[in-house]
Write a protein that binds this ligand. Structure first.
Ligand code: SF4
Length: 324
């Protein structure tokens, strides 16, 4: 990986937990893997199944074909919708084309879709707190495109023009910074006292747990390394969290991306990973640090995660095949 001046003092490697894969990512990957086994390649996947280059490359090597839009999928093919969810118009297009679609949308994204649908059908305008262009945001806006407004900041809240201030519901993208959503939600409530919404509750457990775990160690760290791809929202939020605390932090695709200059004088290095980054990439980062000199590994468990999500019905083992 790198050449660093020979370190002699023991470096502490802090490993905040939870880190790496969440239940929604594991489910989405398992859906593609099972379809590859049962159906054989190609299995088309609309957009990256999860935002991680290593995961995508691995599935590609096994026969998954990633496409940006359904018009790249041949008629009658099998297509998977990614963990970030799709707009209902995409589901309708797949059905009209006769495609065999399997939905790997994380159930926690689907929950936000259901909230948006309920609010819009009840006559509310939905104010979605999220990042423009992110696939999850595109899908959620697509639930009620004529009744949804997107805000990214308190400035945008101040500039909002709503049809009826008494008929509003706010929701958020699942992978934002908890503090950022709370701040924007407060600004919405100040400006529109009748708005309905639940603070930062749409942020998923995996995002908030990874942020809390990093927050718990950041004061001890000289450097924070976050394993994740550049388009991974929750990974970027972990980097921001550390930098906002005044600690040097970098998003790295894998161990090869570590710049040795970052490690100069860094006696305490925290290593974490976003929810879409495989755990073995963290192991490789730790091995790379160990190759530079003695390290002491310190696990810091903030929360034990037990969340699991069922596979779609068609991929669950039938009663006859279930282990007894
Ligand atoms: S990060 Fe959260 S919303 Fe996204 S797949 Fe994982 S659990 Fe689901």
């Amino acid at each position: 990986m790198m050449q660093e001046p020979q370190a002699t003092a023991t470096r502490r490697v802090l490993l905040p937990a939870p880190r790496s894969f969440c239940a929604g990512v594991e489910r989405a990957i398992e859906i593609v893997e099972r379809l590859l086994e049962e159906h054989g390649p190609p299995v088309y996947v609309r957009n990256q199944i999860v935002h991680n280059a290593h995961v995508v490359a691995d599935l590609e090597s096994r026969g998954a074909v990633f496409v940006g839009e359904l018009d790249e999928v041949p008629d009658d093919a099998l297509v998977v919708f990614s963990a970030h969810g799709v707009a209902p118009a995409v589901e309708r297009e797949a059905a009209a084309r006769g495609l065999d679609a399997v939905d790997a949308t994380c159930p926690l994204v689907a929950k936000v879709h259901a909230e948006a649908k309920r609010a819009a059908e009840g006559g509310d305008t939905v104010i979605l707190i999220g990042h423009e262009g992110h696939e999850e945001v595109v899908g959620t806006i697509g639930v009620a495109p004529d009744r949804t407004l997107l805000v990214e900041s308190t400035d945008e809240v101040a500039a909002l023009d709503v049809p009826d201030p008494a008929r509003l519901t706010y929701l958020s993208q699942t992978t934002l910074a908890v503090t950022e959503v709370e701040t924007i939600a407060e600004a919405l409530k100040r400006r529109f006292p009748d708005i309905k919404g639940q603070g930062a509750e749409d942020i998923c457990y995996a995002t908030s747990n990874r942020q809390a775990a990093v927050a718990a160690v950041v004061d001890e760290a000289d450097l924070v390394l976050v394993v994740g791809s550049a388009n991974s929202s929750n990974s970027n939020r972990l980097v921001e969290l550390a930098r906002n605390a005044g600690v040097s932090a970098h998003l790295i695709e894998d161990a090869a991306a570590i710049d040795p200059a970052w490690l100069a004088g860094a006696a305490n290095v925290a290593v974490t990973a976003g929810a879409s980054a495989p755990p073995q990439l963290v192991d490789e980062v730790v091995r790379s640090l160990a190759a530079l000199g003695p390290i002491e590994i310190v696990e810091r468990v903030h929360t034990h995660e037990t969340q699991e999500f069922l596979l779609p019905q068609r991929l669950r083992p039938s009663a006859a095949n279930r282990p007894r």
